[in-house]
Write a protein that binds this ligand. Structure first.
Ligand SMILES: N[C@@H](CCC(=O)N[C@@H](CS)C(=O)NCC(=O)O)C(=O)O
Length: 111
């Protein structure tokens, strides 16, 4: 019960925060729309990319390929290899699969 009340309070605060920054938060989401990062938890190259995402405050969908074989299958089918990290970029109906952590980091920094 205590935890529920705490969550309700957090949600209310969070809503207020969204309202007070209503110009910034939709922009952050718009920048990362259509992006998904194929990764797995212990991969050091993936950790590097996730750290950059965190530093830049980017909210990108994460697709864990070791825990979810379906994600690995779609990456193999679309990108041609299972190497992670891999950024799936869907833009104007076109899908691009970007491999190499340094290239992904440069792309994210330029968003
Ligand atoms: N040069 C790549 C190296 C990535 C890499 O070696 N990833 C490993 C996991 S740590 C991997 O996916 N290995 C399996 C494979 O290549 O299919 C980068 O910087 O992203």
């Amino acid at each position: 019960m205590q935890q529920c009340l705490y969550r309700a309070h957090w949600f209310k605060e969070h809503q207020n925060l969204n309202n007070s920054h209503s110009k910034e938060i939709p922009m952050a989401n718009a920048k990362t729309e259509g992006l998904a990062l194929y990764h797995f938890e212990t991969c050091p190259y993936c950790q590097k990319v996730r750290r950059t995402m965190s530093e830049l405050g980017l909210d990108i969908e994460l697709r864990e390929t070791r825990q979810n074989p379906a994600f690995r299958e779609e990456q193999l089918a679309g990108g041609g290899k299972g190497q992670v990290p891999c950024l799936r970029i869907e833009k104007n109906g076109t899908v691009t699969w970007m491999y190499e952590s340094d290239a992904i980091i440069d792309y994210l920094k330029a968003l």
